[in-house]
Ligand binder design. Structure first.
Ligand code: LFR
Length: 469
């Protein structure tokens, strides 16, 4: 039996989970949960990285006897270190507008086709490459760029490295060569010296002196990579997954990158997964739009009641393209929803329940687009969708996704990222979990999973057509 602490940092909250793994055993208990979110200061939107580090240490100390620690977080964001290892400036949040116009300026020098050929990455304005280009003038003082989990691992252990699953989200990683794309970096003005040695998920990176010498394991340090480890797919299933939270990451697990023109046109990403797999997926705007809406109304605690009311509101009364760039920055989402409905000739939702229904329907519709595109572009059928992460608690979202996609949805586990983190650590520390199939079998055996059948009661294709006005 192994007992480990999984630190799972999401854009809206972080948690430290104590997980136990042994033959037929996988249990996880939340020890500490803390809020996260962008902190606006002056012209910038930052992360409170020192607060996150403090909470991480406190959570691990509260967890009791442990055999190891592993940290995963959202992707793409980073801290820069100087040659003494000191942090140069506070990490900036990927929703900061500093990359406005940068993707276009980069495309003028390296075509999107070539960028995709090397990195396989979807074009998102906040890819690490674009963020680094946006601060090119300040890179002279930097000797290393560390993604968030690698930065925290450095503070814990003093060792420097870049775990591969997260490195693969930077748009500076050659997805076929499985190495940093150093010549690409140079061409866009990013010094290759910033890119630290790569590490495989499942390696012990060092020990945490401050925590009694506990081993620190590089897990699938991109939260989505860890969540996909814990997708409870059965052997031979034609499954897609949707990892839900601030974002919905919707797609397939592939053995090799898919870099076709169709994949590029559909803006699908090829992120590196645990054990050399590829996460072929698209970012769907996710529950962020709902949480920002509740923040605008100052009533985050009303979510369960609002979802219940939304479930009784008429389906598909108004829908928006939730992936539109307008929904990316923080702000007044209800006003943006109204504007999007008007722009497509629809009557905007009136009343809070109708607004929530509009968001959930629009999210399910975006899930449908992403899953259909994944199947079409990869040529692989999808017979079932595993919906994991926080959205698995949201019955309306699970049912609407099954209805929209026309296949059953298996919802759970809710804490997929933490469980994937726990499993990869347990294996690194000696538990007998030879491959992803063995880890997923253990998740199936031990975690609660709910099934939603598609009801076929609404016309999702007609709703999709309405998005185009
Ligand atoms: C999900 C996630 C996504 C990534 C986004 C930004 O938490 O990690 O996979 O695209 O956050 O980093």
């Amino acid at each position: 039996m192994k007992r480990v602490a999984a630190v799972d940092l999401g854009a809206s909250s972080g948690r430290v989970v104590a997980g136990s793994v042994g033959p037929g055993v996988l249990s996880a208990e939340e020890v500490r949960r803390f809020p996260n979110g962008g902190v606006r200061a002056g012209p910038s939107l930052y992360w409170d990285i020192l607060g996150l580090y403090r909470e991480t240490l406190a959570g691990i100390r509260e967890a009791g006897r442990l055999d190891g620690i592993g940290i995963d977080s959202w992707a793409v964001d980073y801290g820069l270190l100087d040659e003494r290892g000191a942090l140069l400036g506070n990490p900036v949040c990927y929703r900061d507008p500093r990359t406005d116009g940068v993707p276009e300026s980069v495309s003028a020098r390296v075509s999107d086709r070539e960028l995709y050929d090397v990195t396989g990455l979807q074009r998102l304005p906040f890819n690490t490459l674009y963020q680094l280009v946006s601060e090119r003038g300040r890179l002279d003082a930097a000797s290393t760029m560390l993604l968030i989990p690698d930065l925290l691992n450095y503070w814990l252990t003093g060792t420097i490295g870049a775990e591969r699953t997260n490195a693969s989200t930077t748009q500076l990683y050659d997805v076929r060569a499985r190495a940093w794309a150093t010549s690409l970096a140079s061409r866009v003005g990013i010094p290759p010296r910033l890119l630290p040695p790569l590490r495989d998920p499942g390696t012990v990176v060092g020990t945490a002196a401050e925590l009694g010498g506990l081993p620190v394991v590089a897990v699938g340090s991109h939260d989505t990579a860890s969540a996909v480890v814990a997708v409870p797919a059965g052997p031979g299933a034609n499954f897609a997954y949707i990892s839900t939270g601030t974002w919905s990451l919707a797609g397939l697990e592939l053995p090799a990158p898919e870099l076709s023109d169709e994949a590029l046109a559909a803006n699908f990403t090829n992120e590196g997964g645990v054990d050399g797999t590829i996460r072929f997926l698209r970012n769907v705007m996710g529950l962020w739009v709902l949480s920002e809406t509740l923040r605008t109304w100052s009533c985050p605690q009303d979510l369960p009641a609002l979802l219940a009311a939304a479930a009784s509101a008429p389906a598909l009364a108004a829908v928006v393209d939730i992936d539109a760039p307008a929904f990316l920055p923080p702000g007044d989402m209800p006003a943006r929803l109204v504007a999007a409905c008007r722009a497509t000739g629809q009557r905007p939702p009136s009343g809070r329940a109708a607004v929530v229904r509009c968001i959930v329907d629009s999210l399910a519709l975006a899930h449908r687009r992403a899953i259909q595109a994944a199947a079409r572009v990869s040529g692989r059928p999808v017979d079932v969708i595993h919906l994991v992460g926080g959205g698995a608690r949201n019955e309306l979202l699970c049912q609407s996704t099954a209805d929209a996609c026309g296949v059953p949805v298996l919802a759970g586990p809710v804490e997929a990222a933490a469980l994937g983190n726990v499993l990869v650590q347990a294996r690194a520390l000696g538990e007998d979990l030879p491959d992803l199939a063995a880890m997923r079998a253990l998740v199936r055996q031990t975690q609660e999973i709910r099934r939603y059948e598609p009801s076929g009661s609404a016309d999702w294709a007609a709703a999709e057509a309405r998005l185009h006005g």
